[in-house]
Design a protein around this ligand. Structure first.
Ligand code: SIN
Length: 284
């Protein structure tokens, strides 16, 4: 029987996230891996430094959290590894090997799907000496910081998310969608306040890019409300900034966080990351 081992950890930020110390994921025993999964579910995000993981080991690891999810833009998956998406500014044979600046702008992954991904994992293959930090915002802390009156006003509101809108308006990687991508990604609605299935804790859960309106509220009022809440949730008290080293694995729970990548000098540096997702449930 597998029993989750209690691991040595330190908080990424008071009350949010955990860095797991002294674990070599490629060689860890099942009890240790169960401890890693357990730590993730309790803390909303985990960091493990100094890992050496092949693409197959990354897929096996993310499968401990849930079924690995496919990627919408198939052209940037790693050859032979469809569950591993490449973020990179490198080219091979004159073509980009990955999506560049793909995650810049506060968002939660796959919010345009009826069942957005539960978690995102990034593995650092090569990183710039400066810039390209990843920022995570704690939606539970932001929700808990609101007054009971404000919580009452917001609870029950729903957001309309659209992949077509996102891809037509985004700053980086804007594109006209094929008929197939349009068909496979119809618009969806999700709650603005998300309940975590593990323990019922609530999180502010707005996003940018995919949101076109607050259901039942005229624009610009609706989008102004979304902007106001994103600004609040991503303000300093609720944000952890991760500075990358090669071999880092950072994972976060998309059900209670927002995240964003940041820019770097891509004339001077290369950045290559492997991104994997585990499937999630319909938000409620
Ligand atoms: C993402 O949003 O999936 C990637 C963020 C990053 O590249 O730092």
């Amino acid at each position: 029987m597998t029993t989750a081992v209690q691991l040595k950890t330190r908080e990424l930020k008071p009350g949010f996230g955990a860095e797991i110390l002294d674990v070599d994921l490629a060689r860890a025993e099942p009890d240790t891996l169960a401890g890693v999964v357990d730590t993730f579910h309790r803390h909303g995000a985990i960091l493990l430094r100094g890992q050496e993981m092949s693409p197959k080991q990354l897929v096996d690891f993310v499968a401990l959290f849930g079924e690995p999810e496919d990627h919408t833009q198939k052209q940037f998956t790693l050859p032979g590894h469809p569950k591993v998406f490449v973020l990179s500014n490198r080219e091979a044979d004159g073509k980009p090997i990955g999506a560049h600046n793909d995650g810049v702008g506060w968002h939660t992954d796959y919010s345009y799907k009826a069942q957005p991904v539960m978690c995102t994992m990034l593995y650092a293959v090569e990183v710039p000496d400066e810039g390209s930090d990843t920022l995570l915002a704690d939606g539970c802390a932001a929700w808990n910081a609101l007054s009971p009156e404000r919580q009452k006003e917001l609870d029950g509101l729903r957001l309309h998310h659209s992949y077509q809108h996102f891809m037509a308006t985004r700053e980086f990687g804007r594109q006209e969608l094929s008929d197939e991508l349009k068909r496979d990604n119809p618009d969806v609605e999700h709650p603005l306040i998300r309940t975590h299935p593990a323990d019922g804790r609530k999180a502010l859960w707005p996003s940018t890019g995919t949101v076109t309106e607050v259901v039942g509220m005229e624009n610009p009022k609706g989008l102004e409300l979304v902007d106001e809440l994103v600004e609040f949730m991503t303000s300093e008290p609720f944000v952890f900034r991760h500075k990358w080293q090669v071999g880092d694995i950072l994972m976060w729970d998309n059900r209670c966080t927002l995240h964003t990548g940041t820019l770097y000098d891509d004339t001077k540096y290369f950045r290559t990351m492997h991104r994997l997702w585990a499937k999630g449930d319909a938000p409620y």
